[in-house]
Write a protein of this length. Structure first.
Lengths: 280, 280
């Protein structure tokens, strides 16, 4: 990003295994409209959610290196699985750069939302079996109880665009009914996968009314604003209209599919021609 | 496989992006019970179905090289996407070895089954958009009509083990109802993805009664028996009981998940400890 002016600051690098992290980028963009971003989707190797901890950590280090080489000033790990398995390693490798994952902000937001201290977390197989949300929540509040459940089909539904209606609700019922049955059921649900915000209507439709939903995309944007006061200040510029931040798009495979499926996640149309394919 | 006796012949190498190809191995094993096999699931990089042609071809060449290095005498590409994108390249690289894909046998079986010459093919995004089934069928019968549809969620359902019941049938209805509506609907359905045979009951439940289903796993086993007369002869050994063929298991990630999810695809319990993890 050689054309970034010093006052604007270096771009924020955001990576995910694919398009899911675009829900995080969307929230970051809304919070920091003047900020430049570089988004990297490791589409050649998605999904991370079913892969082992070692493999996910290795891939994440490669993603971070590619973004670091392009001069980012902050790294957002917009993938729950990568946040679970690679965050410590990435912080060791980039000690002078803020490295923000999606799990810690989600855990904090869940504890802020819950009154009963019984919190449900749903995510991919890797995120749930790795136990990172469970640990992040109980480290902050040892009395909290966490019920965690892998909901792999939600990922496929979001990618297929079947985000509401009969099938989405049937899947949501099958995953969530038992989890939220009974008087001691959780009062808060953490969407611990960046794909899941697309299904929020179907999920809401099958939950008991009082359950609060914590969206990790929104919470990570809030965390970025806390960590980056200079960038946050840009969010409310005084005086003349400022240029909107620039977003550079990188993927490791399939620009056309990245743009097509990613548009629903980002909430606006992406152009395949704007996506640079890189090899990691 | 240095302990393969010459009379038994070299093992057959079978690869897939993950566990889906185990439905093909299961059919091969039933057809050739004395034959040795080496199965490789490229689990670190699954799925192939959403990746570009170039990437799938590159991964397939690496899989074939790993199996070739272990002394196989025949290669079965047990992945529809890899068969669509890599078969020609693999045949060029291994001119002296039979290389069998799943698409040609499936196309032949579909034409043998169809009376109306209107054939439906379902598969992953990559298989369908690549058009390999469509070409393989119309090359054999230029008057045949092919209606092709990507059914990505079937893959996720099979991996989740939700192979029958409300959700599976709701998904099958949503994909297939329009395809099989009307008097000119196809009379034959090709399951063009190795995951789909697990869902055959749910698929059958939503199809009009007379539609015939062609399972590419079964058709590739028949093709292997035709191409390997010596191996086929082993299928009916005369005289004394012979040792059952040996299967060696390779994967590129996650032995535990490979064994757990793969057991349903292979139809018998796999042990994670028996799975060797290799790097491609």
């Amino acid at each position: 990003m050689s054309d970034s002016s010093p006052t604007r600051g270096a771009p924020i690098g955001v990576f995910d295994s694919g398009v899911g992290g675009l829900t995080v980028l969307r929230a970051l963009r809304a919070a920091l409209p003047l900020q430049d971003f570089i988004y990297l989707g490791d589409t050649a190797r998605l999904p991370y959610g079913t892969k082992s901890a070692d493999t996910v950590a290795r891939y994440s280090v490669q993603c971070a290196a590619a973004l670091s080489a392009r001069g980012i000033g902050c790294l957002v790990v917009a993938c729950n699985t990568a946040s679970a398995f690679a965050l410590d390693e990435l912080r060791l490798r980039y000690p002078s750069m803020p490295v923000i994952g999606v799990i810690e902000p989600g855990a904090e937001a869940a504890l802020a939302a819950s009154r009963s201290r019984h919190i449900a977390v749903i995510g991919t197989e890797g995120t749930i079996s790795g136990g990172a949300y469970q640990r992040a929540i109980t480290r902050r509040d040892p009395k909290a109880r966490v019920s965690a459940l892998a909901c792999s089909l939600f990922v496929a539904l979001a990618e297929e665009g079947w985000t509401r209606g009969t099938v989405a609700e049937a899947v949501a019922h099958r995953y969530l009914d038992a989890l939220f049955a009974g008087a001691a059921a959780p009062d808060t649900l953490v969407l611990g996968c960046t794909h899941f915000p697309l299904l929020i209507e179907a999920i809401r439709a099958v939950l008991p009314g009082p359950v609060r939903i914590v969206d990790s995309a929104a919470t990570v944007a809030a965390a970025a604003m806390r960590l980056l006061p200079a960038a946050a200040a840009q969010a409310a510029p005084a005086g003349q209209a400022a240029r909107a931040g620039r977003i550079s798009w990188l993927a490791t495979d399939g620009a056309e599919r990245f743009a097509r499926v990613g548009s629903a996640f980002f909430g606006q149309t992406l152009e395949a021609a704007a996506v640079e394919i890189i090899d990691l």
